[in-house]
Design a protein around this ligand. Structure first.
Ligand code: MG
Length: 377
């Protein structure tokens, strides 16, 4: 029986993690659940899964609801709730929170030797070297919960590291793939938040439309699989979740219906596979592929440059994007200004070669504030 704790249990990945746990009561048990402030969802989850611990990051939400919790559950609250839960004795910590708060929690868990199943992009993008060094010291792996990285991970079982030629991430291309820069100038927030395959939040929908999502995934893949041999290809049907090419020219692909439960379940059940009751896969789609046009969507290419810079550059890249997406959604900047601003900030920001965790948080906040104040004057 694996003991599981979930940070962000009321969000989409958290809920789907609990779906997986519900399907396999003989494999997994929930030790702890943590939310930001969605008390209603947390209480329903506690009633069903009976964890010993719960966390509520929002202090006010906790104070309003603390009488509602039974005596046999320990409730952590406030800014430190994530780290309190991340420091518990469990087999796997699922980090499904959104944003930079994930970094500190991931570091807490890895430092005490807990395996982390990671859905939080920010921690690996902004703190990749810190996180992977800490994992290596603890002798622990970071297990990916993302359809692309789970696919790469599964394909990498077909050969040795030294036999790897390249990782090939697949990208849907987003809703504007095939259009030119001229068209992109006219893209509004309403147009950008409609995604062809996945139903997602606004931030990630804009990231998909600018292909920043793929850019962040390139950076994540570098840290998860310890290689910079990473390419990507446009595959609009999102049926092949990613591929790995070996030195003999063999390309291994992972295929499944688009569902996040599968990568979640694989991370939880690894190294074994367990049954998943999905409807049978139907080979009823023609799969197509094309090379990305980086003159129209420059962010994935920029991600590779950011990786070779290292230091706090990936953090600057991510922070500038978060600010720009917000500014775009608030109608303060245009769609194409997102990548232009990110590149400008990268070219001018102070470079820190070996950032500490505090440097990472400072860099993030300073870049974000700088862009927000520049456009909100
Ligand atoms: Mg993905």
């Amino acid at each position: 029986m694996k003991k599981i704790a979930i940070l962000g249990s009321s969000g989409s990945i958290g809920i789907q993690t609990l779906n997986v746990v519900r399907m396999h009561p003989d494999e997994f048990e929930i030790t702890a659940l943590c939310v930001n402030k969605d008390i209603d969802t947390l209480r329903k989850q506690i009633n069903e899964f009976h964890p010993k611990f719960a966390g509520i990051s929002d202090e006010n939400a906790y104070l309003k609801s603390k009488d509602l919790f039974a005596n046999n559950i320990t409730v952590f609250s406030g800014d430190n709730a994530l780290c309190d839960i991340a420091s518990l004795d469990v087999d796997i910590l699922v980090v499904a929170v959104v944003g930079m708060c994930g970094l500190r929690a991931v570091m807490c868990a890895l430092s005490r030797g807990t395996t982390v199943a990671l859905a939080n992009k920010e921690s690996l993008v902004a703190g990749g070297k810190l996180v992977t060094d800490t994992a290596a010291r603890a002798g622990k792996r970071i297990l990916p919960i993302d359809s692309e990285h789970s696919a790469v991970w599964q394909c990498l079982h077909c050969g040795f590291d030294r036999e790897l030629k390249r990782i090939i991430l697949t990208a849907s291309g987003g809703p504007f793939y095939g259009h030119d820069r001229n068209f992109l100038q006219s893209v509004t927030p309403e147009m950008a938040v409609r995604h062809p395959t996945w139903n997602m939040g606004k931030k990630i929908s804009v990231d998909s439309a600018t292909m920043m999502n793929k850019a962040l995934e390139i950076i994540e893949a570098r840290w998860l699989f310890d290689t910079e041999k990473i390419d990507y290809i446009i595959h609009p049907q999102s049926i092949i979740h990613s591929m790995v090419e070996y030195i003999d020219g063999s390309i291994i692909a992972q295929i499944a219906k688009p569902s996040m439960e599968l990568p979640i379940q694989y991370a939880l059940s690894y190294p074994k596979r367990i049954k998943y009751d999905a409807a049978e896969f139907k080979f009823d789609k023609n799969l197509t592929f094309s090379e990305p046009d980086e003159s129209v969507f420059p962010l994935p290419k920029l991600a590779k440059q950011v990786l070779s810079c290292g230091g706090n550059a990936p953090c600057v890249f991510n922070a500038a994007n978060e600010a720009c997406v917000q500014l775009f959604l608030d109608n303060k900047i245009g769609f194409c200004d997102i990548s232009i601003n990110i590149e400008n900030i990268l070219n001018t920001w102070d470079f820190i070669h070996n950032p500490t965790i505090e440097d990472i948080y400072d860099t993030f906040n300073e870049v974000y504030e700088k862009l927000m104040t520049d456009y909100n004057k």
